[in-house]
Design a binder for this molecule. Structure first.
Ligand SMILES: [Zn+2]
Length: 272
C-alpha cells in the first residue's frame, strides 16, 4: 500500500520538482518518498535578498524512490484500477474488427514490456481485432502495472475476447538470446505458428520453457473456445527490427489462413 509521508516533506516539493520526478497530485503524491536537504544557506555577506529568497526555496534532491503499489500483489484488474489511473498511468486501446474472430492482445504493452504494443498492432493489421494495455508512467511501469496474465480480467478485454475463436497474446520476457517462447492451450495453433516462425529463420520453443501459458484464466485462453496462444519474446528479440518483421509476417500468414478457413461456407466449427 502507498505510504503516507509526512505532510511537511510534501510541502517542500515544488511543482517543478514534482513534475520532474513524475509526481501527480493524486495517489502518487502520497506514495512519493523524497529525501531533501536544504541547499547551503545564502545568508553570507554580500548575497542579495533575491538570492537568499531563491536559495531558501530550493531543496537539493538527494535521493528519490517511488514506493509503488506493486502489481505483483494484484489479483485482478480491479486491484490495478484502484491504485492507478487510466490516462495518467496506463492507456487501453480496444479495436474490435467486425467479422474477425481473431484477436491480438498485448496486456503488458507500452513501457511494461517494451515493443509488445507495436508488435501486436502490426500483427493485427487491418484485419484482426486488437486489445492493448500500455504503461505510460515515467518510471516503474513493470512493477506498477504488470498484472499477471491469469489475473488479467479487464472487463472490456474479456468482452472482446469472448467474441473471438483465436486469441494470440504478445508478451516480453527476460530470457537470454533472441528467442520466442510459445505457450497457451491451443496446441494446434501454437504448432502452426511455431512452424511458420521457424521457417522464417526465427528461434522458437514450443515447450520445455518457463512460460507454458496453460492456466485456464490466462488472458490468451479467454476466447470463446477457452484456448489460445501466447508468444513470449526475449528482450534481444524485441530490439531486432528484422526479427520483428519476420515474426509479424509469419504470424499474419498463419492467422490469415485461419481466418479464411473459418469464413469459408460450410466450414466446420473449430473444436476445442
Ligand atoms: Zn507479459
Amino acid at each position: 500500500m502507498a505510504t503516507d509521508w509526512p505532510r511537511s516533506w510534501l510541502l517542500r516539493i515544488s511543482p517543478t520538482v514534482a513534475h520532474r520526478v513524475g509526481m501527480r497530485t493524486t495517489n502518487s503524491l502520497r506514495a512519493l518518498q523524497m529525501h531533501t536537504s536544504a541547499m547551503p544557506s545564502a545568508t553570507a555577506p554580500g548575497r542579495s535578498t533575491a538570492n537568499r529568497c531563491c536559495a531558501r526555496n530550493q531543496h537539493k534532491l538527494v535521493a528519490v524512490s517511488l514506493p509503488l503499489t506493486l502489481a505483483k500483489n494484484f489479483r485482478s484488474f480491479a486491484d490495478l484500477a484502484a491504485a492507478y489511473d487510466e490516462g495518467a498511468d496506463y492507456l487501453i486501446t480496444r479495436v474490435p474488427r467486425p467479422g474477425s474472430s481473431i484477436c491480438i492482445v498485448a496486456p503488458h504493452g507500452g513501457s511494461i514490456e517494451e515493443h509488445t504494443s507495436e508488435i501486436a498492432t502490426a500483427i493485427a493489421g487491418a484485419e484482426f481485432s486488437l486489445y492493448v494495455l500500455e504503461g505510460i508512467r515515467p518510471t516503474g511501469n513493470y512493477a506498477a502495472l504488470h498484472l499477471t496474465s491469469h489475473y488479467f480480467d479487464e472487463p472490456s478485454c474479456l468482452e472482446l475476447l469472448v467474441t473471438c475463436d483465436d486469441v494470440v497474446a504478445i508478451h516480453g520476457c527476460k530470457v537470454d538470446g533472441e528467442v520466442i517462447l510459445v505457450g497457451g492451450l491451443d496446441k494446434e495453433l501454437a504448432a502452426e505458428l511455431g512452424a511458420a516462425m521457424t521457417k522464417a529463420g526465427l528461434v522458437c520453443y514450443l515447450d520445455g520453457h518457463e512460460f507454458p501459458g496453460t492456466h485456464p484464466n490466462n488472458v490468451c485462453n479467454r476466447g470463446r473456445r477457452g484456448v489460445g496462444v501466447q508468444l513470449e519474446l526475449s528482450a534481444a528479440f524485441r530490439e531486432s527490427s528484422p526479427h520483428k518483421r519476420k515474426l509479424v509476417a509469419a504470424a499474419r500468414e498463419v492467422l490469415l489462413r485461419h481466418a479464411a478457413l473459418r469464413t469459408r461456407p460450410g466450414a466446420a466449427k473449430p473444436s476445442v
